[in-house]
Design a protein. Structure first.
Length: 397
C-alpha cells in the first residue's frame, strides 16, 4: 500500500496535506455570520477564529521542522495530523466563541505540519528538475482547495449548521492518518539527534538566516506570496463592496484566478521536466508578475477599474505565482540538506508573515470606495520580490 515517491498517489497525498490550511480557512468563511449568531459573538470576535488559525499555522512550523530533523518526517506528520483532528473536533463542539478561537489556534498548529514536512520530504527524495517538477504538481493539487472549499462550506450550511463544517474537517484529517501511516515511507536519510538541543536549535536557525541563498529565495517566495495574498484579502472588498458584483459572480472570479495558479504550476512542472533552467522560469515569472501588478495600479488610479479590466491582469498575476513558488522554494532548500526540516519551517513562516503583512496593509489602507489599495499593495510586494531575486542572483555570480 506504499506510494512510490514518483507516483500520482504520492503527489496527491502530499498536495492534500499541504491543502489543509486553505481548506480549513475557506470552508469556514461562509459560516461566519451563523457563528456570530449562534455564539452571540461580534464580527471582530468571529474574525479572530481566522487570525488565530493563521498564527498557529505560522508558528508551529518553526517547531515541526526541527522535530522532524530529530525524529523523522513521518511520526511528526502523524502528530500534526492528529492535533488537527482533535482541535477540529473541539471546534465542532465549542460552547463559546473563546473556546472556538482557542481550538482554531491548535487546528492551525496541526495543519502547519503538512506544508513544512511536504517541503522537507520533497527535498529528501528528489533532486534538481525532478524536485522542482514535484513541487509544481503538488502546488497544483493544493490549489484545488480554495476553489472548492467555499462551495463545500456553503453546501454544508444548506443542510446542517456551522458545527458540521468543523466536523467534516475533523473526519477528513482522520482519514489522512491511516493514509500517512500506510502510504508513506520515512524519507529522512539520517536523523540529527541533537536537533532539539538549545545550542543546536539556535545554531541551525542562525545558519539558515545567515545563508544568503537560502534566505534570499525564501524571501522571493514569501514576497511573491504576499502579492498573491493581497489579492486574496483585497478582492472581497474590491469586488463586492466597490464594484458591487454578486457573491456568486465573485466565487466564479475567484475560481478563475485560482485556476491561473494551477496553470502556472502545471507549466512549471512541464518545463522543468524538459530541462528549462529555474533561473529562466523565475526571471520570467517575477518580471511578468511585477508588470501585471503595475498595470493593475495604472488601471485603478486612472478610474478604468471594472471586472473586465481587472480580471485578466489578476489571472496573469496569479499564474505567475504558480510559476514562481516551486522554483523559489526548491532553490531555498538546496544549500542546507542536513537541516532541511528547519529550512522548510523558515520558508513556511516567512510565507505566512508576508501574507499577514499584506492582509494587514489592505485592511489598514482600504478607503471603502476605490480599488487602489489592492493593486498598490500587490505591486509593492511584486516589485520587492523581483528586486530580492535580482540581488540574490547578483550575489551568486
Amino acid at each position: 500500500m506504499r506510494f512510490k515517491p514518483n507516483s500520482l498517489g504520492f503527489t496527491v497525498l502530499l498536495g492534500v496535506l499541504a491543502a489543509l490550511p486553505p481548506l480549513s480557512i475557506d470552508m469556514g468563511l461562509p459560516a461566519f455570520p451563523a457563528i456570530g449568531i449562534s455564539l452571540n459573538a461580534s464580527p471582530a470576535a468571529v474574525g479572530l477564529t481566522l487570525s488565530l488559525f493563521m498564527l498557529g499555522y505560522a508558528t508551529s512550523q518553526l517547531a515541526f521542522g526541527p522535530f522532524s530533523d530529530r525524529y523523522g518526517r513521518k511520526p511528526v506528520l502523524l502528530v500534526g495530523c492528529g492535533l488537527f483532528v482533535f482541535a477540529s473536533a473541539g471546534c465542532a463542539i465549542a460552547p463559546s466563541i473563546n473556546a472556538l478561537v482557542a481550538w482554531r489556534f491548535f487546528a492551525g498548529a496541526g495543519a502547519g505540519a503538512g506544508m513544512t514536512l511536504m517541503l522537507a520530504m520533497v527535498r529528501d527524495l528528489f533532486e534538481g528538475a525532478t524536485a522542482r517538477a514535484q513541487l509544481s504538481y503538488i502546488n497544483l493539487v493544493m490549489t484545488i482547495a480554495p476553489i472548492i472549499a467555499p462551495t463545500i462550506g456553503g453546501g454544508v450550511l444548506a443542510i446542517a449548521n456551522w458545527r458540521a463544517i468543523y466536523g467534516i474537517l475533523a473526519v477528513g484529517g482522520l482519514v489522512l492518518i491511516p493514509a500517512i501511516a500506510l502510504g508513506l515511507d520515512e524519507s529522512i536519510k539520517s536523523r540529527d539527534v541533537n536537533a532539539l538541543k538549545p545550542h543546536r536549535l539556535i545554531g541551525n536557525y542562525l545558519r539558515i538566516f545567515s545563508n544568503r541563498v537560502c534566505i534570499g529565495y525564501a524571501l522571493v517566495n514569501a514576497l511573491s506570496f504576499g502579492c498573491m495574498f493581497a489579492y486574496v484579502a483585497g478582492s472581497p472588498l474590491v469586488m463586492l463592496k466597490v464594484l458591487g458584483i454578486s457573491t456568486t459572480t465573485y466565487g466564479l472570479l475567484f475560481a478563475s484566478t485560482a485556476i491561473g495558479i494551477m496553470a502556472g504550476s502545471f507549466l512549471s512542472g512541464r518545463l522543468n521536466t524538459r530541462g528549462v533552467p529555474p533561473a529562466r522560469l523565475l526571471g520570467f515569472g517575477l518580471a511578468l508578475a511585477a508588470t501585471s501588478a503595475i498595470a493593475l495600479v495604472v488601471v485603478s488610479v486612472s478610474g478604468a477599474a471594472q471586472v473586465l479590466t481587472l480580471l485578466p491582469l489578476l489571472i496573469i498575476n496569479t499564474f505567475c505565482y504558480g510559476l514562481i513558488s516551486p522554483n523559489a522554494i526548491h532553490n531555498a532548500l538546496q544549500p542546507l540538506p542536513e537541516i532541511v526540516g528547519s529550512a522548510a519551517a523558515v520558508i513556511g513562516f516567512l510565507r505566512m508573515l508576508a501574507g499577514a503583512l499584506a492582509s494587514a496593509m489592505i485592511g489598514f489602507f482600504f478607503d471603502g470606495h476605490t480599488v487602489n489599495v489592492m493593486s498598490e499593495v500587490m505591486a509593492l510586494f511584486a516589485i520587492a520580490s523581483l528586486a530580492t531575486y535580482t540581488q540574490v542572483r547578483y550575489n551568486q555570480k
